[in-house]
Design a protein around this ligand. Sequence first.
Ligand code: FAD
Ligand code: UQ1
Length: 450
Amino acid sequence: MTPLVAAVSGPRARLLTCFLRLGAQQASSLQLHTGAGLAATNHYEVLVLGGGSGGITMASRMKRRVGAENVAVVEPSERHFYQPIWTLVGAGAKQLSSSGRPTASVIPSGVEWIKARVVELNPDKNCIRTDNGKEISYRYLIIALGIQLDYEKIKGLPEGFAHPKIGSNYSVSTVEKTWKALQDFQEGNAIFTFPNTPIKCAGAPQKIMYLSEAYFRKTGKRSKANIIFNTSLGAIFGVKKYAGALLDIIQERNLTVNYKQNLVEVRAEKQEAVFENLDKPGETQVISYEMLHVTPPMSSPDVLKSSPVADAAGWVDVDKETLQHKKYPNVFGIGDCTNLPTSKTAAAVAAQSGILDKTISLIMKNETPVKKYDGYTSCPLVTGYSRVILAEFDYNAQPLETFPFDQSKERLSMYLMKAEMMPLLYWNMMLRGYWGGPAFLRKFFHLGMH
Ligand code: FAD
Ligand code: UQ1
């Protein structure tokens, strides 16, 4: 620490450190040109926060723009997960081990991996701080911190997961408990929940219900199962075309859907779930269960909620077409942590990555961003062990289908795409920065159709 910084303390000292580092960085980059100075380890041309789907994808793309040595990713986790496959892990159709790879193996070669947690963002000084006390400055910042799981907001959780008969596909530590609960099912209520907050992959809470129903049928237990979907929402899905198809399936398979029901407590030792009626605040209902699948409440990561880059609800406040921050022009957001008004999915992240790549390249040249994100997102609605309805839509909740057939019909081909093709596309194309979503395929398949 410099004597100047030592003379002050707390946040002021941290700000001063950032400021001095920026100055030092400018000096060291000058030195770099002469070949005489030290490498600048605390400043990067592009700094990426989060090494999940959006963070790794953007690091790959930024490496191509500015060179690997000028890009760093801040990510504390040793393992990177392909979360979409957890729906199938919870239903026993895939192994959990197939969903994860070492983070080291997905960081683009030559890009710096800063193995730490971001604890403070200081966009006015172009720097961030990590939990190991490091201050890192940047020219451009990409925020890709994902969405936070708030299990503890439900009374009785997360400790309730120590009991049997309860699982959750949303977390690496609870997804295999879903499969165990499914296998252990004897007779009674199988309950699936949807919380009263924004969530990622809004179809996933009901996908596991359809898979469970199929599993009960396959194992001769269907007549002993009362299958209930208790959702905080007032509709089964936000896009009319797919909602209609899902309601037909719900009726045909004799599933019960209760709207405006929010899980507030789990009494795991008694196998009871408590729901609040959102239309009648204060009114609760206790339902006993033989199996419970919990989709937890979610929110923006705490580090963002309290930061200057957040909107009033805590999400990174970006322009919905360019993904550039509304107040800080050298800051960008991608994926689940943003306030982009679309459904939070990896498919959306893929489409956003192509747009953001273009936006940043133009900003770097002092030009105005031109590419516009239309809100593309996709949710492969798994409705059985060999069937998928492939929902694809835009900001206006209008279908934006890739293939030249009606995607609201259950199809084996779409199941194979979800279960076998998508993981390959993710690991080999998207994370390497070569998959910006299926818009080009859609245009190809629909040539001459309009
Ligand atoms: P993430 O991929 O979650 O990455 C966020 C990263 O930030 C993480 O690596 C995390 O460790 C890191 N991080 C968090 N806090 C900090 C911090 N303070 N400092 C540093 N790093 C931090 N999408 C689909 O497209 N199709 C599907 O079928 C589908 N199904 C799904 C099913 C389930 C059960 C789940 C859980 C998700 C599903 N998704 C699906 C959603 C998809 O996985 C996410 O939308 C996608 O991963 C979002 O990418 P992201 O980069 O925004 O966040
Ligand atoms: C997609 O691009 C994507 O990101 C890699 C997913 O996440 C896993 C998806 O689930 C889907 C459906 C898409 C869209 C791709 C096609 C070919 C329709």
